[in-house]
Design a protein around this ligand. Structure first.
Ligand code: 5GP
Length: 207
């Protein structure tokens, strides 16, 4: 099924950002407006937090079940983050390829880089907060984290941002949600129009 352009059918879209940059809200808006969107619900060994629901936010499993999935090749990528395992289902990639849909992975930079290694036609988008001060303000506004947790999250954010800027295909600055969303949407629309991604088989172009 390889196209001469090196692209395969379907679009694998990875969205990454430090927490507090607004990436999940952007991902959900995109999904709402894209009829061909397939959201990748990750599998994790961490316990559900707050109002999180099985099958919506994550698939919550035990460590043994997670390991079994690794052995069966059920993940396109998996990683250990803060002492828990997280993995993205291979089935989402397969579905995007067969249906020519757009798979959306809301994962971290190491996950995005792993997907790109396996699928060089994946498109990686990094969402940036307008400044480190604004990121810290957003984390504090949530009023859920202690000072120590915020300090740790800010350190992690700095390193995630450095790695994202160095290796991702696109950067969207989320200073104004609506403008950031329009930029994200424009990237997706343009990427879907790439030669090799457009399904020409049903067009009557003559011989
Ligand atoms: P949280 O536990 O706060 O929901 O997520 C912790 C981190 O794990 C976040 O940076 C999130 O993007 C990342 N993450 C969530 N799912 C996956 C996944 O399937 N693979 C990878 N590599 N990271 C993930």
């Amino acid at each position: 099924m390889n196209e001469p352009t090196g692209l395969q059918p379907g679009l694998l879209l990875v969205l990454s950002a430090p927490s507090g940059a607004g990436k999940t809200t952007l991902a959900h808006r995109l999904l709402k407006e894209m009829p061909d969107g397939i959201f990748s619900t990750s599998v994790t060994t961490r316990r559900p937090r707050g109002k999180e629901q099985e099958g919506v936010d994550y698939h919550f499993v035990g460590v043994a079940a997670f390991q079994e999935k690794i052995e069966k090749g059920e993940f396109v990528e998996w990683a250990e983050v803060h002492g828990h395992f997280y993995g993205s289902p291979q089935s989402v990639v397969d579905e995007a390829r067969t249906r020519r849909g757009t798979a959306i992975f809301d994962i971290d930079v190491q996950g995005g880089q792993a997907i790109k290694r396996k699928h060089p036609d994946a498109v990686l988008i990094f969402v940036l907060p307008p400044s480190m001060e604004e990121l810290e303000r957003r984390l504090r506004d949530r009023q859920t984290d202690s000072d120590e947790t915020i300090r740790r999250r800010m350190l992690a954010a700095r390193s995630e941002i450095e790695r994202g800027i160095a290796s991702y295909d696109y950067v969207v600055v989320n200073d104004d949600f609506e403008r950031a969303y329009q930029e994200l949407r424009s990237v997706v629309v343009a990427e879907k129009c790439r030669r090799g991604r457009v399904d020409l088989s049903k067009l009557k172009l003559g011989s």
